[in-house]
Ligand binder design. Sequence first.
Ligand code: GCO
Ligand code: MN
Ligand code: MN
Length: 387
Amino acid sequence: MDSYQPKPEHQFSFGLWTLGNRGRDPFGDFVRAPLPPTEMVAMLAEVGAWGVNLHDNDLVPIDATGNERDRIVREFKQACSRHGIVVPMATVSLFFHPIFRDGAFTANDPAVRAYAMQKTMRAMDLGAELGAKIFVLWGGREGVDTDACRRADDAIKRLREAVNYLCAYNLDRGYGYKFALEAKPNEPRGDIYMATTGHYLGFIPTLDHPEMVGVNPEFAHETMAGLNFMHGVAQAWEAGKLFHIDLNDQMPGRYDQDLRFGSVNLKGAFWLVKFLEDVGYEGPRHFDAHAYRTEDYEGVKDFARGCMRSYLILKEKAAHWNANQEIQSILRALGEARNGLPQVGKYSKAGASALLDYEFDKDKILERRLPYERLDQLTVDILLGGC
Ligand code: GCO
Ligand code: MN
Ligand code: MN
């Protein structure tokens, strides 16, 4: 039995838009035929995934009648239950239709803002019907190509008003959603408001219901911003705000690539998996990526299997890292207590005056070795299978 076989307890999920990505890019047309959502559910079961996520219009076309919608949802629910696939997260497309060319909740036209609200409420209804408990908001078009169009602080105020409204709707309907806000620095807009997870962590405490709202950090997005993804994830976790996560990969300095998890920055992926496993993150592991444009649907399965397999291999490597005696003894020595030092910790007048009076022997302190070269090489050895 392959020990890297995905199981439901791993909570691996994919979006309909990821397996269903047909390889169109700004320069070239579709290379894969459309695949109905019910067949994508079957494919997810075949590769061993646990969950499927969706935008409203990945499932229900934007102009579907009420009857069409109900039939599509019924058939999709049947497919999910037949294949044992759950819907942990739902979201809304506020970027695809041309009406969102100037944004959705931050658009200048009040009619666009109202339509965005109605569309999101309906997407919440849809997600709730499918059993989703996480609602992601990614403001792909909430940004600018020129800052002449509006004041950036007005955009933030509009966004706040919109998220407050959605939280109130959530309470009113008793849906029990947690909202997860997803940042991205650019693409499709030249600049997107709320460029990083850190921006959202600053925004959330200003909301009417901050407890209902967290973040959905994405590996590629923080990498596009030149940041260390794991650090952003750690800050979200430490603030109790890691409600969801988008795993993929990205070469810095490129267009938005959405590559298979672990396919570019293996070490970054390792630190991330180690972090999630060390802290006991219990949410879904969602792969927001897609197969190379050169693939057919067999290749799409290879892609999906690869995301999960790499995660599980890295999880095993993280366990080896934690169990490695030499690594652990280096780590222990780094922070070893020294005799006679004044305590810092919580402030007290007496403690502060003892600290002010203390004579530090800086040369002595500098004698302690920081063998980070060895520590990093041990990590590389574990990753490359050398120990
Ligand atoms: C992207 C985004 C999207 C969102 C999705 C969920 O760069 O296109 O990552 O894939 O995650 O729209 O709202
Ligand atoms: Mn993305
Ligand atoms: Mn994403």
